[in-house]
Each structure stands twice: as structure tokens, then as C-alpha cells.
Design a protein around this ligand. Structure first.
Ligand code: NDP
Length: 306
């Protein structure tokens, strides 16, 4: 059987694409992948998604997205796509459990935050360790926090965190930040931010919650402990696009290239949505918007083929 549309990925982009495709009677097949629900399941409370005035836990929100998409006939598969042939017609999608054929494919594989991989980081995730200040910053009111990174994200996240935190230590591994001038200046002028250059985090400390961060000056080798209730990495995101190398156009940073103001890729019948194709906004609500666009583009594409 050739499916009308296969959706790869189960974050806000994937489920919104599924919702729209299902309501257009396309009976979409959605593969949830290795991390069902995507990045939002790694966060705590989501307070910036419209429609939830009291906020909602990330995993709960993704469960609602899923239920809504399934209500209209989305066929959900708890499978991970391992190989695709997007250039053939129909397109072939292989998962860890089977092989599927589809007239169209929506790629919404998202992105993964990068981590340092130091001791304590994994263990204390959601217990003071985060890669999203906009999601979690609110919970650090009055605390001292550590941010790792020297790019625009690190500058932006540190500045954002000063709304809540008593103090932000910004660990920059080089002797200067690589962020844009205006962002660096904003950091420099903010009295709550102390940038520590040539400095790396070596361990996140704490029993049940983050209590401090062990840091090291990479010039002198000197180590010390910062007392802190939060630890944020802002060292970039990596879009999950390896699967599509050699088939879809991927930009230098790993993001899928699509037509301006559309979800179309260079391959007819292949559309993209969400963080895998968006290095700029990376928000649940923008990903959901792109998912909607992709499903509508699929609908038009299938109609034009008939
Ligand atoms: P970047 O890749 O620009 O920066 C990553 C930063 O993390 C660099 O300072 C890098 O250090 C540091 N880093 C990487 N790995 C490690 C490590 N293992 N240990 C310590 N530090 C590390 O990523 P961003 O997420 O900051 O930005 C991505 C893109 O999004 C950029 O194009 C940026 O301009 C854009 N952006 C724009 C914003 C805006 O305009 N408002 C806001 C946020 C992002 P080093 O410099 O030493 O390599």
C-alpha cells in the first residue's frame, strides 16, 4: 500500500502536520522516532505556547498534540526511520520495523541541543540542568546560574536569565565571545552577568538538584567551584538531518533547505517543517506553524497530481 503522506518526527511540527493532513482526509502515517514528543519532552513547564494560560508541562502538551492528531485518523507508529529513498516514486521509508511507501513525505525530525558531556550534566537534567533558558529560566528566580557558550544564543540566554536570576556566570572557552557585537555589548553592560573567559565547565555538582559547577581556566589549569542553582548549555543545536544527506539539500549548519515562504524542498513531494529546517526561531509555536504549512503544501501537491 502506498500511503498518501508519511511524517517523520513527533514534535510540534510533526503532530501539527499530522493534524492538518488527517483533517484533509490524507490518513497520515507518523513515525515517532527515538524521542517521542521531541525536544519539548526534555523541558519542564511550557509557558509560552498560546492557549495554556496556566502553562503546561512539555510532555503533557505533546500528549495533547498526539491525541488531537489521532482523533482525526493519524496512524502513529512507535518506530524510528533508519533509511529513506526520497527520489524514487513512490518514496521509500524504512524504519527499524518495516518498509513503507508514500506519495509524499514531511520531514520534521527536529534538532537536538548540544551538551558538553561532563559528569553530572546528564544526571541532573530537568533538575537544574537545561539547554533552554526561555523554557526554564523562570524557575531560577533569585538564584545564581551558570551559562556555557560564547555565541548569540549564550548571549541571549544569559541576558534573558538576568530577569530572574540574581547572577549569571557566563563561561566562554575562548578569550572572546563569538556573538555579534551588539549582543556582546549587551552582555558587557549587564551588571548581573559575569563573563569568565578561557573558562570551561568540568563538572555539574549536586545530589538531587544542581548546587554548583566546577570550572577550570584552560590557560592556567586552575579549578574552582561556583555555587549555582542552575546550569545552562547554549553551545548550539544540531538539526537531526543526517538521514537525508545526499538526498535533500542541507546548509552548512546542517539545516534542511526549503523554498522561501514554503515548506517545499527541491524534491517534488518532500516537505520540511520545524527545527530541522529552522535555525532562527526554534520555538514550539513556530514549528507547529511550519507543520501546518507542510500539510497544506502536501494537500496542494497531491491535488495537482490527480
Ligand atoms: P554558535 O555555534 O554560534 O555558538 C556556539 C558557542 O558555543 C560558541 O561560542 C562556541 O565556542 C561554544 N561552544 C561550542 N562547543 C563548546 C564546548 N564544547 N565547550 C564550550 N563552548 C562551546 O551557536 P548559537 O546557538 O549561539 O547560534 C547559532 C546560530 O543562531 C548563529 O548563527 C547565531 O547567530 C544565531 N542566533 C541568533 C540570535 C539572534 O540574532 N538574536 C540568537 C541566537 C542564535 P567557540 O566560539 O569557542 O567556538
Amino acid at each position: 500500500m502506498v500511503e498518501k503522506v508519511v511524517i517523520i518526527g513527533s514534535g510540534p511540527a510533526g503532530w501539527t502536520a499530522a493534524l492538518y493532513a488527517a483533517r484533509a482526509d490524507l490518513a497520515p502515517v507518523l513515525f515517532e522516532g527515538m524521542q517521542p514528543g521531541g525536544l519539548l519532552t526534555t523541558t519542564t513547564e511550557v509557558e509560552n505556547f498560546p492557549g495554556f494560560p496556566e502553562g503546561i508541562m512539555g510532555p503533557d502538551m505533546m500528549e495533547l498534540f498526539k491525541r488531537q492528531a489521532e482523533r482525526f485518523g493519524t496512524k502513529t507508529h512507535a518506530e524510528t526511520v533508519v533509511e529513506v529513498d526520497l527520489k524514487s516514486d513512490p518514496k521509500v521509508v524504512k524504519t527499524d520495523k518495516g518498509t513503507y511507501e508514500a506519495q509524499t513525505v514531511i520531514v520534521s525530525t527536529g534538532a537536538s541541543a548540544m551538551w558538553l558531556g561532563i559528569p553530572g550534566e546528564e544526571r541532573l537534567k530537568t533538575k537544574g540542568v537545561s539547554a533552554c533558558a526561555t523554557c526554564d529560566g523562570f524557575f531560577f528566580r533569585g538564584k545564581e546560574v551558570v551559562v556555557v557558550g560564547g555565541g548569540d544564543s549564550a548571549a541571549e540566554e544569559s541576558t534573558f536569565l538576568t530577569k530572574f536570576a540574581a547572577k549569571v556566570y557566563l563561561l566562554v572557552r575562548k578569550e572572546a565571545m563569538r556573538a555579534s557585537k551588539i549582543m556582546v555589548e549587551r552582555v558587557r553592560k549587564n551588571e548581573k552577568i559575569e563573563a569568565l573567559f578561557n573558562t570551561e565547565a568540568v563538572e555539574v555538582l549536586g545530589a538531587d538538584r544542581v548546587e554548583g559547577v566546577r570550572i577550570k581556566n584552560n590557560q592556567t589549569g586552575a579549578e574552582k567551584t561556583l555555587i549555582a542553582g542552575g546550569y545552562f548549555t547554549a553551545i548550539g543545536h544540531r538539526p537531526n538531518t543526517d538521514l537525508f544527506k545526499g538526498q535533500l539539500e542541507i546548509d552548512v549548519k546542517g539545516y534542511l533547505v526549503h523554498e522561501h515562504d514554503s515548506s517545499k524542498t527541491a524534491i517534488p513531494g518532500v516537505f520540511v517543517a520545524g527545527d530541522a529546517a529552522d535555525h532562527r526561531y526554534r520555538q514550539a509555536v513556530t514549528a507547529a506553524g511550519m507543520g501546518c504549512m507542510a500539510a497544506m503544501d502536501v494537500e496542494r501537491y497531491l491535488a495537482s497530481r490527480e
